[in-house]
Design a protein around this ligand. Structure first.
Ligand code: FAD
Length: 374
């Protein structure tokens, strides 16, 4: 393959769209010297079905933005006729139809285990054999649940789960549930649990939760991310915009819960006890049947361990003029994980721009390689 894309979520599909377009252009018409004669590529996705992270969300998970502002390149997301913003199922259906529409060569389930550098490109070892490519695009998402460590966690007698494993409030009938985490998952899951007819919900956050203004949705977050990245590029990394990207978007269920007075956060506890959690100062305890850790995800880059990449804050360092490209290797790209690899590239609306710039650079690089080989 010229290009292998690891992943099959929204970032991988946006990359696939531009690769498909480049392939069509390369094969329509005679190829002049220096032109790309053909382009071969594939997407390798560990998930058994289309949808990336949207296959793992809870039942009431909704997009931050309306359908019209949640589109991948080429084909707008079909309108959503339900209440609020589109559901996770709507996004899954859209991503699945998107793959079909552009005939993207997605192979699944295929999990990439290790990647090694060769003189020609990369050897990609998967659970379904070895692939070889000249350019590697990583779009594996922030799909590794992060569990913090608190004293006493192991001795808790109730149920502990990460937000990745949360499905429905109905699974916790009559129970007292403690939700940990002040981000969007924490707020949405706490709001979901407070809608139960029976049972208690407590919400604890490391810092007071920051609710974005009611009218700030994914559109504004996209503008904010773009503004921040531009400000940082111009030497002002401090422009905070209207709020942090981790701040809570007031999707209808969260807004409704806050208006009911149900979203009152408590400060972080000091330890977990066998029956709940405890604070030291002033001393107090809270009994709980279950703890839902909404403590985020980390990028899944374990398969790249052998490449010994330069890292900053544990993330691979990328090249500022093209923020998706690794500083260590011009044939290695990262798409979708967060602003560090392209403004708003973790969003449906934002990933298209950086995917396009990346594919332009990839095509250019393949041309140069072809010229050298010729
Ligand atoms: P993913 O969707 O995680 O896809 C990665 C894929 O790579 C998965 O299929 C995985 O199986 C596969 N993979 C991982 N490792 C390997 C491997 N070694 N080999 C092969 N395959 C592998 N985003 C928006 O755009 N709009 C929103 O409104 C929005 N709302 C959100 C609300 C909440 C509460 C949360 C938590 C997130 C929200 N997001 C939203 C963010 C969005 O869910 C993710 O940012 C997005 O899914 C990331 O897409 P991705 O393609 O980068 O990764």
């Amino acid at each position: 393959m010229d290009v292998l894309v690891v992943g099959g979520g929204q970032a991988a599909l946006a990359t696939g769209y531009y690769l498909q377009r480049a392939r069509r252009r390369a094969t329509s018409g005679p190829s002049a010297p220096g032109e790309l004669g053909r382009l071969s590529f594939a997407l390798l996705d560990a998930n058994p079905s289309a949808g990336g992270a949207w296959t793992a969300g809870w039942d009431t998970l909704q997009l931050f933005s309306p359908a019209g502002f949640s589109s991948l390149p080429g084909w707008p997301m079909p309108p959503w006729t339900g209440e609020g913003n589109p559901s996770a199922q709507h996004v899954r259906d859209y991503l699945s139809a998107y793959e079909d529409r552009y005939q993207l060569p997605v192979h699944r389930p295929v999990r990439v285990r290790t990647v090694t550098r060769t003189t020609e490109g990369f050897d990609v070892v998967t659970d379904r054999g070895v692939w070889r490519c000249r350019v590697l695009v990583n779009a594996t998402g922030a799909s590794r649940p992060f569990w913090p460590t608190y004293p006493g966690m192991d001795a808790f007698a109730g149920r502990q789960l990460h937000s990745a494993g949360y499905r429905s409030a109905a699974d916790f009938d009559d129970q007292t549930v403690l939700v940990v985490g002040g981000g969007n998952s924490g707020a949405q899951i706490a709001a979901d649990l407070t809608s139960r007819p029976t049972g208690e919900t407590a919400w604890v956050t490391a810092r007071p939760p920051r609710f974005l203004p009611d009218d700030v949705d994914g559109r504004k977050l996209f503008e904010l991310a773009t503004r921040r990245v531009r400000a940082a590029a111009a030497g002002d990394p401090s422009d905070p915009g209207v709020g942090g990207l981790g701040d809570i978007v007031m999707v209808p269920p969260v807004l409704a819960a806050r208006r009911r007075g149900d979203l009152q956060a408590q400060p972080m506890f000091d330890r977990v006890t066998p029956t709940g959690v405890a604070w030291n100062d002033p001393p107090r305890q809270l009994a709980a049947d279950a703890i839902v850790w909404c403590t985020g995800f980390r990028p899944d880059l374990r398969h790249l361990a052998g490449l010994a990449l330069t890292r900053s804050d544990a993330l691979p360092v990328t090249d500022p003029p093209l923020p998706s490209r690794s500083v260590d290797d011009p044939g290695l790209f990262f798409l979708g994980y967060g602003d560090w690899c392209g403004p708003a590239s973790a969003t449906l609306i934002g990933v298209g721009g950086v995917a396009r710039a990346s594919v332009d650079a990839i095509v250019e690089q393949l041309r140069e390689l072809g010229d050298r080989a010729g």
